[in-house]
Ligand binder design. Structure first.
Ligand code: PMP
Length: 393
């Protein structure tokens, strides 16, 4: 019999109680879930194929179709964070060696390029400076020049705060025999978005931002045109876990009986279901309006303080994540988030990728999107700026 004496000792840290601060998550995500969503997450666990849980999955799917504004049968939530949905979108629609054109204007376009390269796609990119969007004409030129099978666009470039206009882009892609993937991780639920009307083939989002659920589960939808492409693939999708046809069967999107594909994130699905229920009760248009009103209140307050936003044109700014320009000559930008967290348990973060050192990023999403939260933030942000400016050298 093997010796029963452990070689690695008991970790002392685990004998301490779990000790966590309660933080206002006013960064670019995750946002604080509501108490109702937290409670849903703690409800009794069921098996991942139990009929009661399949019913919850069906209810979640209905909620996802509502927030995506789609009738796509293949609408579900991937077990994994937004990156898993990015990987899945590209992997299902672009085969090894096939061409994808990525529109890059910040960190997330760059990340898509990296993912597509790792998957062995023939990757081309059209680049714009951070804070600018891709125009209809530039996208058309890219489609003409590169003749890609798939175009990748970020709707909500949370590294800069720009919102990419999409109206007409889906139809444009289809005229050039190209499918379109759109990343809405930092926008879906917070601003008008119409998957079907805009003729988009694959759209994904995160659970932890405007939808107001914890991170780790990522809604995604594939159009019938996208599924036809999957059905006509030469080779199998290289990842079993992220194969949309396998996932779709587990989520009850096809005619077949549900099969075990992986053990779904049961508790996260409960939480997502309840977050979607709160959006359904509020009404999606009201959720969009609330996010817009909240952020306009923020912009007005910041401007009153003499601050400028990274994206100049208000109409092109995300109504979810805002990048505030760090004023010229500001002594120590990192000290501001540190002050807010230490003193007030408020999360504010710096830039990401190309905006690092240029901006602070603040977000009011999902349950956090309220005028009261903005007022609180403005008051304490002002205090933090003064404290850092007046610090003895
Ligand atoms: N895309 C965008 C636009 C995002 O803002 C994020 C998260 N900040 C992601 C993708 C990746 O999501 P996750 O961190 O959940 O993997």
């Amino acid at each position: 019999m093997a010796e029963w004496r452990t070689k690695v000792p008991v970790p002392k840290q685990l004998l301490e109680p779990l000790d966590l601060p309660s933080v206002h998550l006013f960064g670019p995500g995750p946002a604080n879930p509501s108490l109702r969503t937290y409670n849903a997450h703690a409800m009794p666990l069921l098996g991942h194929l139990h009929p009661e849980f399949c019913k919850v999955m069906d209810e979640t799917k209905a909620g996802l179709k509502y927030v995506f504004q789609t009738n796509n049968a293949y609408t579900l939530a991937i077990t994994g964070s937004g990156h898993a949905a990015m990987e899945a979108a590209i992997m299902n629609l672009v085969e090894r060696g096939e061409r994808i054109l990525v529109c890059v204007n910040g960190l997330w376009g760059n990340r898509a390029r990296d993912i597509a390269e790792r998957q062995g796609c023939d990757v081309q990119a059209i680049e714009k400076p951070p804070g600018e969007y891709h125009t209809y004409g530039e996208i058309e030129q890219g489609l003409k020049d590169y003749k890609p099978s798939v175009l990748f666009l970020v709707h909500s470039e949370s590294s800069s705060g720009i919102c990419q206009p999409l109206d007409g882009i889906g139809a444009l892609c289809h005229r050039y025999n190209c499918l379109i993937i759109v990343d809405t991780v930092a926008s879906l639920g917070g601003t008008p978005f119409f998957t079907d009307d805009w003729d988009l083939d694959c759209v994904y989002t995160g659970s932890q931002k405007c939808l107001g659920a914890p991170p780790g589960i990522s809604p995604i939808t594939f159009s019938p045109r996208a599924i036809a492409k999957v059905n006509s693939r030469e080779f199998k999708v290289p990842s079993f876990y992220l194969d949309i046809k396998e996932l779709g069967n587990y989520w009850g999107c096809d005619e077949g009986p549900r099969r075990y594909q992986h053990t779904g994130a049961v508790s996260l699905v409960y939480a997502l279901r309840e977050s979607l229920a709160q959006i359904a009760e509020e009404g999606l248009e009201n959720s969009w309006k609330r996010h817009h009103n909240t952020i306009e209140h923020l912009w007005a307050g910041l401007e009153e303080m003499g601050l400028r936003m990274f994206v100049k044109d208000k109409a092109m700014r995300l109504p979810t994540v805002t990048s505030i320009r760090i004023p010229e000559g500001f002594p120590d930008w990192k000290a501001v988030p540190t002050y807010l967290m230490k003193k007030h348990k408020i999360e504010l973060v710096g830039g990401l990728g190309p905006t690092l050192g240029k901006v602070w990023r603040v977000g009011f999403m999902g349950h956090n999107s309220s005028l009261e939260n903005v007022d609180k933030f403005l008051r304490l942000f002002k205090e933090a700026l003064e404290a850092v400016k007046n610090r003895p050298k």
